[in-house]
Design a protein around this ligand. Structure first.
Ligand SMILES: Cc1cc2nc3c(=O)[nH]c(=O)nc-3n(C[C@H](O)[C@H](O)[C@H](O)COP(=O)(O)O)c2cc1C
Ligand SMILES: Nc1ncnc2c1ncn2[C@@H]1O[C@H](COP(=O)(O)OP(=O)(O)OP(=O)(O)O)[C@@H](O)[C@H]1O
Length: 316
């Protein structure tokens, strides 16, 4: 897959099937659009996910919103979805104020040579959001490309959207988040040294510092699975500041079941399945240990119920 932060300019003779939007999370609705463009792909037709980077105002005000997927993760997911090109264009003032027809002519027609464009029924673009599916369809007729307006993927009464998923994530409803995304929410990072107190109570842990832009679930303890060095471990993870030992930065700390390996410096992907309880301040590490024993049992029961097999180590 080609990744670019510019508007691609395809060689003459090469056409494209394009989908447009922000695509934070690449949730089930977004995946539906990607499937549509993939059906059009061929020898002379590239599939292009054309996404807009953060709102211009966010840059100006330096208030970066937290994202479901970091830039790097977005690239990885787009790659896994088998798109040919991911174009992540800065959402400049120019782009924001562009008349819909200028966007269509200069970008979709002159540069991308679009023959097919798939969008959701609520997609808006250009000056004052005046570009919408009807406008795009009319411009498609004028410039000779097909526009397919995809009915929005729903979860019961509500349409699936990145906003909906962020709301559910903020409530720690990880099963719902997984259902809406179509994959479990994950946090990635390098395993770093903690204070190494965990092992003194028989609970060695893998600590990672989440990327600053990544949206985190609420502080608390979760049933997770972690992928490290090609192996998948079931486990329990604490997100927070460890009030018992008073950490001064937010961490994602996992007790990996059946793991005796030295994992420092390795990249881990922690997948969140279920919220268990809030983070608590304990009077001693041994009281914390008593609670952790209960958490392990709850996680074991969860894996047994959901997956039949308990805590076996798997190769990913
Ligand atoms: C599954 C899990 C749950 C935890 N729950 C809490 C908690 O409720 N309160 C708390 O203060 N620390 C909690 N911790 C963090 C412990 O305080 C921490 O693991 C211990 O102090 C060792 O930290 P270290 O790796 O920096 O040495 C939890 C850690 C894990 C892995
Ligand atoms: N549930 C859905 N089903 C089908 N298409 C969707 C769905 N949600 C969004 N889309 C389409 O996917 C593209 C990218 O969506 P975008 O990320 O901009 O919106 P969103 O997921 O609704 O996020 P937000 O909540 O931030 O508005 C757009 O064309 C949009 O219309």
């Amino acid at each position: 897959m080609i990744y670019t932060t510019e508007v691609p300019h395809l060689n003459s003779g090469i056409r494209s099937a394009v989908t447009l939007g922000k695509f934070d999370g690449f949730h089930r609705g977004h995946q539906k659009l990607v499937e549509c463009i993939k059906q059009k792909s061929g020898e002379n037709c590239r599939t292009i996910i054309f996404t807009f980077d953060l709102p211009y105002k966010a840059y100006q005000q330096k208030c970066m919103p937290k994202l479901l997927l970091t830039y790097e993760e977005k690239r990885e997911v787009a790659e896994a979805l088998h798109a040919d090109i991911l174009a992540e264009c800065p959402f400049t003032e120019e782009l924001m104020n562009m008349e819909p027809e200028v966007f269509v002519k200069e970008y979709l027609v002159d540069r991308l040579h679009a023959e097919y464009v798939a969008i959701g029924s609520d997609f808006h673009f250009g000056h004052n959001r005046s570009g919408n599916p009807e406008v795009l369809s009319a411009l498609g007729e004028k410039y000779g490309f097909t526009v397919e307006i995809i009915e929005k993927e729903r979860d019961g009464e509500r349409e699936i959207s990145s906003t909906y998923i962020r709301e559910e994530l903020e409530q720690g409803r990880m099963e719902k988040v997984q259902k809406l995304l179509g994959y479990p929410y994950f946090i990635k990072g390098e395993i770093v040294h903690g204070r190494q107190l965990g092992r003194t109570i028989g609970v060695p842990t893998a600590n990672l510092i989440p990327p600053p832009m990544k949206k985190l679930p609420p502080n608390g303890v979760y049933v997770t699975q972690s992928s490290v060095g090609g192996k998948v471990y079931s486990g329990i993870t604490n997100v927070g500041y460890k009030p018992t030992v008073k950490e001064n930065f937010i961490g994602v700390e996992t007790y990996l079941f059946h793991c005796n390996e030295d994992l420092y410096g390795q990249e881990a992907e922690v997948r969140f399945y279920k919220y268990l309880r809030p983070e608590k301040k304990f009077d001693s590490l041994s009281e914390l240990k008593t609670q952790l024993d209960i958490d392990v049992e709850t996680a074991r029961a969860f894996f047994e119920k959901e997956y039949g097999q308990a805590l076996e180590l798997r190769l990913s």
